[in-house]
Each structure stands twice: as C-alpha cells, then as structure tokens.
Ligand binder design. Structure first.
Ligand code: NDP
Length: 242
C-alpha cells in the first residue's frame, strides 16, 4: 500500500463520529488533516490533540462560500489538497405524512449540496496538480429505501449517483470512492425528532459498530497505489441485513 505521508486531506464533519475517527486514522497513517464542521470548539480540541499536522476551519457545508473558504484555508496552510472526504451528514428520519419539510430541506442542503460544494471546491486544485482523491460517504440507505427514510435515502442515493458522475468525467485524474456504512455508533440518530421513528430504530442502533471500522476503510482506499481504485465499499454490522 502507498504511504499517506505528506498527503493533505480535508475531512468534513470531523467534529464527531465517523469524521472524527477518520481524521485520527488518516493522521496516524501519516496524512496532514484539515478538520471542518460547524462546532469549532470540538475541531480545535481535536486539532490540538493531533498536533502539527492538523488544522481546523469552521465550515457549514451547506454554504457554498464557506466551503470555498475551506479549500482556500487548506491551500494557505498546507499548500495543496490531495484528498477530500465529504462526510458531513444529517439524518432526521421521519414519515412523509409528518410533513417535516424544514428537515427535508436541510437534508438536501447538507447531504447533497454539501457534497457538491465540496467537489466544486476540491476539483480545481486536484486537476491543477493532476491527481486527487474524493471520498463520498453515502450509506446502506443509498442502496435501499425504508419507511421514514424517503428523503434521507434520496440524498444518499444522490451521493452515489454524483460519485459515479464524478468518476466518469475525471477517470485517470481523480479517484472517487463511495463508502456506504450500515449502523455506526455516532451522534447521527440524535437528529431524529420523530419519537415513533426513533423507537422503531432502536433495535438497529443496538447493533451499531465502532466508527473506526469506517475510518480504517477510508485509510485503506486512500492508501492504494495510484493505478488502483476502490470504487465502493459497504461496511455494516455483521448482524444487520442490508
Ligand atoms: P455524526 O452526527 O456523529 O456526525 C455528523 C457530522 O456532520 C458532525 O461532525 C457534524 O458537525 C457534521 N455536520 C452536520 N451538518 C453540518 C453542516 N451543515 N456543515 C458542516 N458539518 C456538518 O454522524 P456520523 O458520524 O454517523 O455521520 C457521518 C456521515 O456518515 C454522514 O454523512 C452520515 O449520513 C453517514 N452515515 C452514518 C451512519 C451511521 O449509522 N452513523 C450510517 C450510514 C451513513 P457539526 O454539527 O459540528 O457541524
């Protein structure tokens, strides 16, 4: 496997869960990491823990200018962008009948537009240097649809479609990996405001695996030699049906 030493990697949603674990794992593998999310106190704490090869930039991924600023801040600090992990996400599951349209809007803004803004900010820098890695976090919810997941699943199907499009258009120049986790023990379910949906989800949450399983898969994908591409990975609790 190739070394991640001297690689500069941006991770969105690095303030908790999968993003935080990924930042730690990439840093341990030798990469310099730029941590992004809205909760700056958490980012500062993690960047301080990781030390010299880590920095943070408070970013709302649903704000196009802030994502552009994140790319600029990364280049100003580290000189390049070698990898960009579009991980930030929001999952307020609910039944369509409940009409939680504001939550639908926000899911589209964070889970789809946030990924697009990340791609738009990273790709020019990657094309300039002739290579780059984009990792997009979809979900098993990007492979199947379940009651209460119509909108969330829609956003995660979109992430897989966008990843395919990116791969088609930049073959040979930008490597694109889509990661689809099953249940992972993070703060994600805290966003659910529908009591019944949360109750129904509990048995699945009990199966949730450690976020390090996803972080390790991202390190594996990014550590491949340049002529080897990991297109997609589904990583789920052994006991979880897809
Ligand atoms: P967490 O809730 O623990 O982490 C979500 C992260 O996204 C946080 O760091 C949060 O930071 C960030 N975030 C949310 N909204 C924004 C925003 N507008 N701008 C910037 N950052 C934002 O959940 P996970 O770690 O589980 O989620 C990571 C990804 O994994 C998501 O895309 C999720 O859909 C996906 N996933 C998770 C699964 C699971 O079971 N946990 C299963 C399948 C996929 P902050 O609030 O500080 O901005």
């Amino acid at each position: 496997m190739a070394s991640l030493e001297n690689k500069i990697i941006v991770i969105t949603g690095a303030s908790s869960g999968i993003g935080q674990a990924t930042a730690r794992a990439l840093h341990t593998a030798g990469a310099s990491v730029m941590l992004a999310a809205r909760r700056g106190d958490r980012l500062t704490e993690l960047a301080t823990e990781l030390g010299e090869k880590a920095a943070s930039h408070v970013t709302d991924v649903s704000n196009r200018q802030q994502v552009q600023d994140l790319a600029q801040a990364t280049i100003a600090k580290f000189g390049r962008i070698d990898g960009w992990v579009n991980n930030a996400g929001y999952m307020p599951l609910s039944m369509i009948e409940e009409g939680k349209v504001d939550e639908w809007d926000k899911m589209v803004d964070v889970n789809i537009k946030g990924v697009l803004y990340g791609i738009n900010a990273a790709v020019p820098a990657m094309l300039k240097q002739g290579f780059g890695d984009v990792v997009n976090i979809s979900s098993v919810a990007g492979h199947l649809v379940f009651p209460s997941g119509a909108v969330y699943c829609g956003t995660k199907f979109a992430v897989r479609a966008i990843s395919e499009g990116l791969r088609n258009e930049f073959a040979g120049r930008i490597r694109v990996t889509t990661i689809s986790p099953g249940a992972v023990a993070t703060e994600l379910a805290n966003h659910i405001t529908s009591d019944q949906v949360l109750e129904n989800l509990k048995p699945l949450l009990d199966l949730a695996i450690n976020p390090n399983a996803i972080a390790d898969a991202i390190v594996y994908a990014l550590s491949q030699p340049r002529d080897v591409s990991i297109n997609e990975m589904i990583i789920r609790p052994t006991a979880q049906e897809l």
